[in-house]
Design a protein. Structure first.
Length: 422
């Protein structure tokens, strides 16, 4: 297995290009199942999760080609052969469950494996099921699979979600595009990836309003047509690399970044003593003077502080002046990076969903292990700021969500290399 070797090397300066959003692409790809005409995505990120979604769509009979070095994904679902998402693929990636809504809407049936446990918590699908049932679906759990049927077709309805789940919002919105009549989804998630999905669905002929607010209204249509859509910038990759100059010093411009994607995160950086300014080409980040100051963080649905940046923010807080409290409210069990950071000399105490971090002047390089996608990159950030060498193993987690991480960080002066394993 490959590992990544990082050597602390002082301030970082230069530019980092930000890719299209993994999480947007993973919901835009299943949207192809809604139409028999082609859907083409541009600005797609080159990631193993995208390959997993490609394999899933192909297993359903969709044609999926990767063009222009993977940045363009051309898909067609004119000749689907299956409506079953198999456990072997779904267990690798929870976002596989996003085929449920589209398959059900277009074919009146779908069989999708439950994802099972995942490293950062239980992650059930009850909110997806409740929403689709409100649209008239009959859903049964048999042998670990959700068997969904809508014999007379889906019908628009008013539905309020108990929690603003991102995936459930995406599944319900996609399903409602082909339902009869109007659906009003209340307490919908407001993430930019949902706005991006709706913009794409609209290009395909869907009638939707209210995306980005907590009420989304969908007027069902008989059919959707083909479209070409550019995937929105990855705000989590953006936030991750914003932390690189924050933790190491220096000044880095994140190309393609926009403040609207990371407002609450940038406000925390500002409070910590890191300046974030908009430029013509993106966002420029620089640490103001000396050590950053400790700030408290609570993760929340968008527009709150994203859970997907909590691990990386913790790495920064490990080197801050003072004590910060990080509260994780979206996922249980999302502090697996804490014991690894402690191996690098960090001072962290975890109690339930709260981590208390008292900053130390310098972290020390150490061999550490990535436990999930965002945890892995938090260890790289910590390694960049540490004295000596840090080896991060289990890098396959990183490959799920960060393309060309070595090249991007080398480009701003980091000392980082990938070591090929057995
Ligand atoms: C998406 C993102 C993920 C991010 C998360 C929260 C993708 C591919 N993934 O995941 O990176 O961390 O949003 O911003 O876009 N829940 C239930 N029942 C459900 C669905 C969810 O209880 O039916 C719970 C989950 O266990 C979790 C919380 O709700 O505790 C948030 O989940 P959700 O918003 O659905 O996240 P995902 O769509 O899985």
């Amino acid at each position: 297995m490959d590992s990544i070797l990082v050597t602390g090397n002082g301030p970082l300066n230069g530019q980092i290009p930000i890719a299209g959003a993994k999480n947007a692409c993973l919901t835009l790809m299943p949207a192809t199942l809604l139409s028999e005409e082609p859907l083409t995505l541009t600005n797609a990120p080159r990631l193993s999760d995208i390959k997993t979604m490609t394999a899933l769509l192909q297993s359903l009979g969709a044609e999926v080609s990767s063009l222009q070095d993977g940045q363009v994904i051309a898909m067609s679902s004119h000749n689907l052969t299956s409506q079953t998402a198999d456990y072997d693929i779904v267990r690798k990636m929870r976002a596989s469950n996003l085929v449920l809504g589209p398959l059900l809407a277009r074919f009146g049936q779908a069989v999708v494996s439950l994802p099972g446990g995942c490293a950062i918590g239980a992650r059930p699908m009850d909110l997806h099921v409740e929403g689709l049932e409100a649209l008239g679906a009959e859903i049964e759990l048999k042998d670990g699979y959700l068997h969904a049927k809508a014999p007379g077709g889906l019908k628009g309805a008013v539905h309020e979600m108990r929690f603003a789940s991102v995936g459930a919002t995406e599944n319900i919105v996609m399903a409602a595009t082909l339902a009869k009549g109007t659906t009003v989804l209340k307490n919908a998630a407001r993430e930019p990836e949902i706005v991006d999905l709706v913009e794409c669905l609209r290009k395909m002929g869907a009638q939707i309003s209210g995306e980005g607010s907590s009420t989304i209204e969908i007027q069902g249509v008989d059919r959707l047509h083909g479209a070409t859509h550019q995937v929105v910038t990855d705000r989590i990759e953006l936030g991750t690399y914003m932390l690189a100059p924050a933790i190491c010093g220096g000044e880095v411009e994140l190309l393609g970044g926009r403040m609207a994607l990371v407002e609450s995160f940038a406000a925390k950086l500002d409070a910590a003593g890191v300046s974030v300014t908009e430029t013509q080409n993106g966002l420029k980040v620089a640490r103001k003077n000396g050590r950053v100051q400790a700030v408290d963080v609570v993760t929340e649905p968008f527009p709150g502080f994203p859970t997907d940046l909590q691990a990386q923010m913790m790495a920064l807080m490990c080197t801050a002046e003072g004590t910060s409290v990080l509260e994780e409210r979206i996922f249980e069990n999302r502090f697996m990076h804490a014991p690894e950071l402690v191996r690098m000399g960090a001072n962290i105490e975890v109690h339930g969903g709260t981590a208390t971090v008292t900053g130390v002047e310098t972290l020390k390089g150490a061999p550490v292990m990535a436990t999930d996608l965002r945890a892995s990159v938090s260890l790289i950030l910590a390694g960049l700021a540490a004295e000596g060498e840090t080896t991060v193993s289990r890098v396959y987690h990183l490959d799920r969500g960060y393309e060309h991480v070595v090249r991007k960080l080398e480009g701003v002066g980091a000392k980082i290399e990938r070591i090929k394993g057995e």
